[in-house]
Design a protein around this ligand. Structure first.
Ligand SMILES: NC(=O)c1ccc[n+]([C@@H]2O[C@H](COP(=O)([O-])OP(=O)(O)OC[C@H]3O[C@@H](n4cnc5c(N)ncnc54)[C@H](OP(=O)(O)O)[C@@H]3O)[C@@H](O)[C@H]2O)c1
Length: 285
C-alpha cells in the first residue's frame, strides 16, 4: 500500500483565495489591509522568508511596511519598532521574523506586541483565547493543520488523534485546537513527549498521527497504525536540507500522509495572511 499524498499547496491556495476576497471587500470600503514585517540581523534564510511574505502581501493587495534592524540592535530598538507599529492605525498585523539574534529576548518582544496585531497567534493573550475558546488570531501551524485535514475531507471529529510533541508553537496549541467543539475538530486528543517513555503505545493506536517533535526520522513505520493518516509537521534543518520527523517508509503503512516537502509549510504561511485580514476586519468594523 502506498499512501495518498496530502500536499499543502492546494490548501494554501484555497485559504489565500478567501483572503484575497476579504481584502477586496475591505478595499471596497476604503480600508487597505496592512501587514508590517520586522527583521533583525542578516540571516539569509530569515531575509528569504520575509521576501516571500512581502511578495505574497503585494499579490494580495496588502500594504507591507518593513523595518530591518541591524544584528547589533538592542532590545529597546526592537521594542520601539513594535510599539510604533502598535500605534499605527494603518498597520493591522505585525510579524517579527523568528529567530532574532541571541542577545535579544523574543518573548519580551512578543509580549510588547498588541495581541490583536499578533498575526503569528503566539502572544500569551491569544494562547489564552484559544484555551478558553474566544475568537482571536490562531497559531499558524496548528491552524494550517486543521485546515489541511478539512480540505482533504479527513474526518477528525470523534477520532483518536495523537500528537508527538508538546512544544509551545506546535504540539500544545494544536492539541487545544483539535479538541475544540467544532465540526473540523472535536477529536479525542492525546499528547506524548519525552516524559512518555513508551510513546509508540499511543501513536500505534492513532487514527491521525501528527509528528511535532523536530527529531528527524523519529516516526517510523512500526509506530504507525496501518491505514492511519500521518501529518509531518516537525522538521529540522541541516544547512538548507530539510529533515522531517516522519520516516519516508511510513508511506507504506499510512493511508494518507503529507509529502516530505510542501506539506504543512505552505498552510502556515496562508494562515498568517488569514490572521492578518481578520485583524484588519476586526480593527475597522
Ligand atoms: N512546518 C512548519 O511550518 C512548522 C512551524 C512551527 C514549528 N515547526 C516544527 O515543529 C517542531 C516542533 O516545534 P516546537 O516549537 O513545538 O518544538 P519544541 O518546543 O522543541 O517541542 C518539541 C517537542 O517534541 C518532544 N520530543 C522531542 N524529542 C522527543 C523524543 N525523542 N521523544 C518524544 N518526544 C520528543 C519534546 O518533548 P519534551 O516536551 O518532553 O521535551 C517537545 O514536547 C519543530 O521541528 C519545528 O521546526 C514546523
Amino acid at each position: 500500500m502506498s499512501a495518498r499524498l496530502l500536499p499543502g499547496g492546494p490548501v494554501a491556495a484555497s485559504v489565500l483565495a478567501d483572503v484575497a476576497r476579504r481584502a477586496d471587500a475591505l478595499r471596497a470600503r476604503g480600508v487597505r489591509p496592512g501587514l508590517a514585517t520586522v527583521l533583525v540581523g542578516d540571516d539569509e534564510a530569515s531575509a528569504g522568508y520575509i521576501r516571500i511574505k512581502q511578495k505574497q502581501a503585494a499579490d494580495l493587495g496588502f500594504d507591507s511596511p518593513h523595518r530591518h534592524l541591524p544584528a547589533d540592535a538592542g532590545q529597546d530598538d526592537l521594542l520601539e519598532v513594535i510599539t510604533g507599529f502598535n500605534a499605527d492605525e494603518s498597520v493591522h498585523g505585525v510579524l517579527v521574523q523568528y529567530p532574532i539574534p541571541g542577545h535579544l529576548d523574543y518573548d519580551a518582544a512578543l509580549q510588547a506586541l498588541d495581541p490583536d496585531k499578533d498575526v503569528d497567534g503566539m502572544h500569551p493573550v491569544n494562547m489564552g483565547r484559544l484555551a478558553v475558546g474566544l475568537p482571536g488570531p490562531l497559531p499558524c501551524t496548528p491552524a494550517g493543520i486543521e485546515a489541511l485535514l478539512a480540505h482533504y475531507e479527513i474526518p477528525v471529529a470523534g477520532r483518536e488523534v495523537v500528537i508527538l510533541g508538546r512544544g509551545a508553537t506546535l504540539g500544545r496549541p494544536l492539541a487545544m485546537l483539535l479538541a475544540q467543539k467544532r465540526p473540523t475538530a472535536n477529536a479525542a486528543v492525546t499528547v506524548v513527549h519525552t516524559g512518555v517513555g513508551d510513546w509508540e503505545r499511543y501513536t500505534r493506536r492513532a487514527e491521525i498521527l501528527i509528528a511535532a517533535a523536530g527529531v528527524p526520522g523519529i516516526v517510523r513505520p512500526e509506530h504507525v497504525r496501518p491505514g492511519a493518516v500521518v501529518i509531518g509537521a516537525g522538521v529540522r534543518y541541516a544547512g538548507r536540507r530539510l529533515l522531517p520527523d516522519v520516516d519516508e517508509a511510513c508511506e507504506q503503512v499510512a493511508s494518507a500522509i503529507t509529502p516530505r516537502v510542501g506539506g504543512v509549510g505552505p498552510t502556515t504561511v496562508a494562515m498568517l495572511f488569514r490572521n492578518a485580514v481578520a485583524a484588519a476586519e476586526r480593527a475597522t468594523r
